[in-house]
Design a protein around this ligand. Structure first.
Ligand code: UDP
Ligand code: MG
Length: 321
């Protein structure tokens, strides 16, 4: 079964058009499917429009958030609710083209865990969107070691087992392919179509660039260190500790063998500082390790609140009524 997950925030005009086109493509595949719209706290008629469509179509499922929690949270919720073994994600604003879905599916069936769309001919403003993306893509590719041209494209296909493992919050949806590396996912990309936004306005602007750059550091940290912070801090700590001890040993040797006064040597201060810093860092590593354990133990909490669902039962952890 194929699950299509679509976050939507104030997309009332686009949704009926997208729905019709999506239906056409999915029916042609001749496989079981579901369309999961996540209404991310829309304040226009998005929910009413969706509800009307869903009353005629039980394959159309809606998760409505209590307020706007952001695209990442919406994707995350979609991943949790999806019942298919392949999950397709796309935008609600008609910028992604449902016609590309068969292409993505084919790649998943070739054995890839994540197939990312590449908007080679991207139809967004250059200065405010494409240029910052180019810079961000370059950095993400260097830092994470996952080499894609276009991390930001929402049109992607995932093997569901991988998507469901992702713990998402903040603005992490930009780094999904990199995050899946933690689980050893095989990632590839295919060129997809891209259309200019027809209705409404983009929810993002150039102001997010700095946050994206900070997020990259976070992703790097999560991928490499989240699981084993002790190795990182402890490793640096041990190196400093060793250097410090060697320095002190050297000074001790000078004192014993050459009978020199070492009390005024700057090296003595350095040695003592290195030993102290080494011990500090190593214990920070142990603390961080404990934090990580607690983080994983307490991860029952979700980064969103569900107001209601249609054509799908709310998860037990999402029903507050
Ligand atoms: N979106 C969302 N919550 C938000 C912002 C955006 O669910 O807080 C949805 C939006 O409705 C669209 C997708 O995420 O389906 C991408 O948003 P947008 O088109 O504004 O981003 P852009 O294409 O300009 O990068
Ligand atoms: Mg868009």
């Amino acid at each position: 079964m194929i699950s299509v997950v679509i976050p939507a925030y104030n997309e009332e005009e686009s949704i009926p058009i997208l729905y019709r086109k999506l239906k056409e493509v999915l029916e042609k595949l001749g496989e079981d499917y579901e369309i999961l719209f996540v209404d991310d706290g829309s304040t226009d008629n998005t929910f009413a429009v969706l509800k009307e469509l869903a009353s005629q179509d039980e394959k159309l499922k809606i998760i409505r958030f209590r307020r706007n929690f952001g695209q990442t949270a919406a994707l995350y919720a979609g991943f949790q609710y999806a019942e298919g073994d392949i999950i397709i994600t796309m935008d609600a604003d008609l910028q992604n083209d449902p016609e590309d879905i068969p292409l993505l599916l084919q790649k998943v069936r070739e054995g890839y865990h994540v197939v990312s769309g590449w908007r080679k001919d991207r139809k967004d403003p250059f200065l405010s969107r494409r240029l910052p993306s180019m810079i961000a893509n370059w950095i993400i590719s260097k830092v994470t070691g996952v080499h894609l041209h276009d991390y930001g494209c929402t049109l992607k296909a995932y093997r569901a087992d991988i998507a469901k493992k992702l713990e998402l919050y903040g603005d992490m949806h930009r780094f999904l392919p990199a995050l899946t590396q933690r689980f050893g996912a095989k990632v590839t990309e295919v060129v997809v179509r891209h259309h200019p936004r027809r209705y409404g306005k983009s929810k993002y602007g150039i102001g997010r660039t700095v946050r994206v750059l900070l997020d990259i550091l976070l992703v790097k940290f999560l991928n490499d260190y989240m699981t084993k912070p002790l190795y990182v801090f402890g490793g640096i700590g041990l190196i400093l500790l060793t250097l410090g001890l060697l320095t002190l040993l050297y000074l001790f040797g000078v004192k014993i063998l050459a009978d020199e006064d070492i009390g005024r040597r700057p090296l003595l201060l350095l040695g003592v500082l290195l030993v102290l810093a080494g011990i500090q860092l190593a214990s920070t590593g142990i603390l961080a390790e404990m934090l990580v354990r607690i983080y994983y133990a307490g991860k029952g909490e979700k980064p969103y609140v569900v107001e209601e669902t249609i054509n799908v039962e709310p998860k037990s952890y999402d029903s507050y009524h």
